[in-house]
Design a protein around this ligand. Structure first.
Ligand code: XLS
Ligand code: NI
Ligand code: NI
Length: 442
């Protein structure tokens, strides 16, 4: 029996269907056609679109300067279990009306944290029982779960990297419960985002020791999950800063280096968030490429930043250029390793209508679908692959090939250069490629 299963939160909004780009209906997909085959796969399988429970159902529009603006109707009850069930009802109604199959959650997005670990354990058990029913009813499940080890004040000095062991143990307990919940709900993956795993000042921080603690923490979390039947992938979600001044998982390259350093690269891949990439002074395309190079492209948190602001604004994606370049990398590396596209994005504070949640996610899904179509054409039917191949063609034969095969030493290079009289200045053709991309965007 579901809580309020008769109650409809998003009244008057029906299932969102694909109606094509000429449709005037704002509650329809113009480009996202779940069953359409692109590059050998259904659109819905390319993306595995997922709704972020925290932004969409726990967000209130509050900011450091003002009280909540989004007083959504599922957020009324004072009783934690009742409130959690209402929230689940709203969430599952929304996700299924969107036609998505997945959601992502932090432990205490699902239900308010208890006063003790024991109380939290009980609450998580009760709400996950309820969620299992909802999942069955709607055919929806978690793309990933995670533990919120950053909001509670006990984590002000970090969670896994806290200088006090008791807090590290508490974080461990929390991750254990979050893993139990993810496994119980059939979650495909599990995420570690280390908002407080870093430092505010190096003056009081033993960085080496903290990094070792973090590796040990990840190791025992992995072992616990594996011993309890978890077959999915663990993701590290890099972010350079905010809330810590400096976070240890600064960017993709740093996180991969860390994982390799501690022998964790087999079980862990990377979850790349657009706005975290730009905060690290990289493009999204750069971060995806770094992960793809190492076969570590696990999943993405889809959103966008703001060109003028230097923080994680988590806006819904609608920058077609950015997502097209991203989809080219994703397609080229044959998709995500286990993950999908999680809309880690929130409504603006003054978007206070319930229907805004639909507009936001429809726009996000259409942006990605449109980019997929464009990227597929760019890769299969434009001059770009050829231009790139040509640029490196001197390594396909002769000495270039020998170099790639490791058969030339430095003296060989010296001799070759000694005999070379003229060097060509070959154009990188950047503007031409930019025009080709521009001309495909339609
Ligand atoms: C915050 C992160 C967070 C993670 C999950 O910036 O994006 O939402 O995705 O903890
Ligand atoms: Ni995120
Ligand atoms: Ni973020």
């Amino acid at each position: 029996m579901t809580n309020n299963s008769k109650k409809e939160y998003f009244k008057g909004i029906r299932n969102i269907n694909y109606e094509g780009r000429d449709s005037k209906n704002p509650f329809s997909y113009k480009f996202y056609n779940p069953e359409q085959i692109v590059a050998g796969k259904k659109m819905k399988d390319h993306f595995k679109f997922s709704v972020a429970y925290w932004h969409s159902f726990c967000g209130t529009g509050a900011d450091p300067f003002g009280a909540p603006t989004q007083n959504f109707p599922w957020d009324k009850s004072q009783d934690p279990l009742h409130a959690a069930k209402d929230k689940a009802d709203a969430a599952f109604e929304f996700i299924s009306k969107m036609g998505f199959d997945y959601y992502c959650f932090h432990d205490y997005d699902l239900i308010q944290e208890g006063k003790s670990i024991k109380e939290s354990e009980k609450r998580l058990k009760l709400i996950s029982d309820y969620l299992l029913l909802k999942q069955k009813e709607h055919g929806i499940k978690p793309l990933w779960g995670t533990a919120n080890c950053f909001s509670n004040p006990v984590y002000m000095n970090g969670a896994a990297t806290n200088p006090e062991f008791d807090i590290v143990a508490r974080a461990g307990a929390q991750v254990k419960l979050a893993l139990d919940t993810t496994i119980k709900l059939g979650g495909l993956n599990y995420v570690f985002w280390g908002g407080r795993e870093g430092y505010l000042s190096l003056l009081n921080t033993d960085m080496k020791r903290e990094l070792e603690h973090m590796a040990e923490f990840l190791r025992i979390s992995r072992d616990y999950a594996r011993n309890n039947g978890f077959k999915g992938t663990f993701f590290i979600e890099p972010k350079p800063m905010e809330p810590s001044k400096h976070q240890y998982d600064f960017d993709t390259a740093t996180a991969i280096g860390f994982l390799k350093n501690y022998g964790l690269e087999k079980d862990f891949k990377i979850n790349i968030e657009v706005n975290h990439a730009t905060l690290a002074q990289h493009t999204f395309q750069h971060e995806l490429t770094v992960a793809a190079n190492d076969d570590m492209l696990g999943s993405i948190d889809a959103n966008r930043g703001d060109y003028q602001n230097g923080w994680d604004t988590d806006q819904f994606p609608n920058n077609l250029q950015e997502t097209t370049l991203a989809m080219m990398v994703i397609l080229k590396s044959s998709g995500f390793k286990g993950g999908g596209v999680n809309f880690d994005a929130k409504l603006r504070r003054n978007s206070t209508d319930l229907e805004d949640l639909f507009h936001a996610h429809i726009g996000g899904a259409d942006t990605f679908a449109r980019s997929l179509l464009i990227a597929d054409k760019l890769l299969s039917n434009s001059k770009i692959p050829e231009i790139l191949a040509k640029r490196y063609s001197t390594f396909d034969k002769g000495n270039g090939k020998l170099f790639e095969q490791g058969e030339l030493n430095l003296v060989d290079l010296f001799k070759i250069a000694y005999e070379t009289e003229k060097y060509s200045l070959k154009s990188g053709k950047q503007e031409l490629i930019e025009n080709i991309i521009f001309n495909h965007i339609n």
